[in-house]
Design a protein around this ligand. Structure first.
Ligand code: SF4
Ligand code: SF4
Length: 281
């Protein structure tokens, strides 16, 4: 195991990104899952998932995503059980769920609120209606919006950011990816992306953190709907740094930060939680 004396400090709260289903009612042109053969899959053995997550050592947050996690047939029940187990629960959603379901999520997580990250998909929804729905949720829980900066949308983004700001909401930008990597933006488009805060407000478009110690694999990891776990999204895409399965007892987390081998990091959590040094990335 490779460690470094300059490793970031031990993160007190770990984070699991759990892609709990592939199901989604939308078909976005830039969806990273659009080539998945079967988009009707979901995590089925929920008691074992809940047990696996609630028995992780230390303090953890579970970040639910999919597909569209609210489309999981037992989504709210799962949130309640994870929260009852003492976990902070956050969600990444396209906000297509009913207001009642959104309120149920806020209520289930009220004791230890996570964050609802609402993805604005302009191919499917009107921005004003989406903003107003998110503003109603904002009275119940913590939230922000994100949207993918396709070439066609990029010129509209400053106005969209202002539209959300009018309602006291933050709209963060995510660079478009195709075939694993950020698309070939022009220099002028990159300047525009940076003016909007870069990827999810990190101040960069496509950070290269390779060679730096990172706590992903120890205090952050990715789990799919079958329980398969990887160090982070770049690791899963390349089928490297597999950590085992959370359902069969084979999960093995690392006990220290280890060097990042990837030339492009699109994992916001380790970057924003101080799990890797992002200076001059
Ligand atoms: S809403 Fe999300 S999961 Fe659904 S198609 Fe769009 S990008 Fe993919
Ligand atoms: S790609 Fe990002 S999350 Fe993964 S090891 Fe590198 S810095 Fe950490």
């Amino acid at each position: 195991m490779t460690t470094s004396p300059s490793s970031p400090r031990y993160p007190l709260q770990g984070v699991v990104s759990w892609n709990m289903n592939t199901t989604c009612g939308y078909r976005c042109s830039y969806c990273t899952q659009r080539f998945v053969d079967d988009r009707t899959q979901w995590a089925r053995d929920l008691p074992r998932f809940v047990e696996a997550f609630t028995t992780l050592a230390g303090d953890w947050e579970i970040k639910l995503s999919g597909g569209e996690p609210f489309a999981h047939p037992r989504f709210i029940q799962t949130v309640r059980e994870l929260a009852s187990g003492g976990l902070r629960v956050s969600v990444v959603t396209n906000l297509s769920a009913s207001q009642d379901k959104l309120a149920a999520f806020a209520q289930a997580t009220a004791a230890r609120p996570g964050v609802l990250s609402a993805s604005l998909h302009l191919e499917h929804v009107q921005p004003v209606a989406f903003r107003d729905k998110l503003a109603r949720f904002a009275k119940l829980g913590r939230c922000h919006a994100t949207t993918v900066a396709t070439r066609a949308v990029l010129p509209r983004l400053p106005a969209l950011v202002a539209l959300f700001a009018e309602a006291g909401l933050e709209l963060r930008i995510q660079p478009e990816k195709q075939d694993r990597d950020v698309i070939d933006y022009t220099p002028a488009e990159r300047v525009a992306l940076l003016a909007l805060g870069g990827h999810n407000g990190t101040g960069v478009v496509d950070p290269d953190l390779s060679g730096r110690p990172c706590w992903a694999g120890s205090r952050y990891f990715i789990v799919d709907h079958r329980g398969q776990a990887w160090r982070c999204y770049p690791a899963r895409r390349r089928r490297r740094e597999f950590l085992g399965n959370v359902l069969d007892g084979s999960l093995r987390l690392r006990d220290a930060a280890t060097v990042c081998p990837y030339a492009y990091c699109n994992c916001t959590v380790p970057q924003q939680r101080g799990m890797v040094d992002t200076s001059t990335a």
